[in-house]
Design a protein around this ligand. Structure first.
Ligand code: UDP
Length: 291
């Protein structure tokens, strides 16, 4: 296993526990720069992206580059090594969807020039480039459309809703709900997602496959769930809704079940408990509300 990261949003601590493993090697590199790997490579997973709205709004050009130049470099790497290739795409390909739940055949409702467009269009371009390599070079490519995923090792200041709510609740601060909280999301635990990615890359299915948990809830319901889960007495602080924030999102995973025999296994209570343990360990004890 060779992991590559330029740490634009990642951290060395996330791979430190693997550094002593003889089957693991780490390379600090930006996938937008050309790269070669001296070892033989049989699978390439292109997961490099700024997935948090705060991060991609701060780095829109790097986000577009990771989806375009980065995808091209990693497709070329896969081609040179005759390796299978997986691109991590996104439910953002469906934009603010007019079809619910979203199945892979839906073409989406994306604003191509809005603030989120740097992320959405980089992934839509990455999908198109991946299909072009598949059709032109007969490369064994796969496309994962990943829905909201959470778990340990997310950054505390990542800005996405799971770390934001957990950090706020554990410190006894109010939870920042954007808009009226009626927008919906469906949260998948990271180990379920990883299992889906591993199955997908072996499947040979070139067209997109949704990977996510269909357990949908409103953001306000989720905020109250987190408050209850960590026994927080702090309230809710309603803030303006970011532009183009999708109003509804839930994956139709019929295809993943059929093609991969995959569906999420970790219930929200268990996934959140494991994530809370991680976040609690990252916050200084004197800053925790319930020590
Ligand atoms: N959100 C929120 N409060 C926060 C962070 C996010 O209410 O502190 C909302 C956000 O507006 C969106 C949902 O939670 O409707 C999920 O946001 P996230 O940034 O996790 O990812 P997205 O699904 O928008 O890519």
């Amino acid at each position: 296993m060779i992991a590559i990261d330029n740490f634009i949003t990642g951290h060395t601590e996330n791979v430190e526990h693997l550094l002593g493993n003889p089957n693991f090697r780490f390379v600090q590199h930006d996938v937008c720069e050309p790269l070669d790997i001296p070892e033989s490579v049989d699978r390439v997973f292109h997961l490099a992206s700024l997935a948090s709205p705060i991060d991609y709004l701060n780095h829109p050009i790097e986000t577009l580059d990771a989806g375009s130049i980065g995808t091209r470099n990693l497709l070329e790497l896969a081609r040179r090594h005759n390796a299978r290739f997986l691109i991590s795409s996104t439910s953002e390909c469906y934009g603010d969807p007019l079809e619910h739940p979203q199945s892979e055949t839906y073409w989406g409702n994306v604003n191509p020039v809005g603030l989120r467009s740097c992320y959405d269009e980089s992934k839509r371009f990455a999908e198109a480039l991946t299909m072009a390599y598949h059709r032109t070079h007969a490369l064994k490519t796969t496309i994962a459309r990943i829905f909201n995923t959470y778990g340990p090792r997310m950054g505390l200041n990542d800005g996405r809703v799971v770390p934001a709510f957990l950090d706020q609740a554990l410190r006894g601060n109010s939870l920042t709900v954007f808009g009226d909280g009626s927008q919906t999301r469906s949260f998948c635990y990271v180990s379920d997602l990883v299992e889906g990615l591993l199955r997908l890359v072996e499947s040979g299915e070139p067209y997109p496959v949704n990977l996510g948990n269909p357990n949908e809830m409103t953001i306000l319901e989720f905020a109250n769930y987190i408050r209850k889960h960590v026994d927080s007495r702090a309230g809710i602080d309603f803030r303006p809704l970011p532009s183009d924030d999708p109003k509804i999102r839930r994956p139709d995973i019929t295809k993943a079940k059929r093609v991969l025999g995959w569906e999420p296994k970790i219930p929200l209570d268990q996934g959140i408990a494991q994530t809370v343990d991680y976040f609690r360990s990252r916050i200084a004890p004197e800053q925790l509300a319930n020590r």
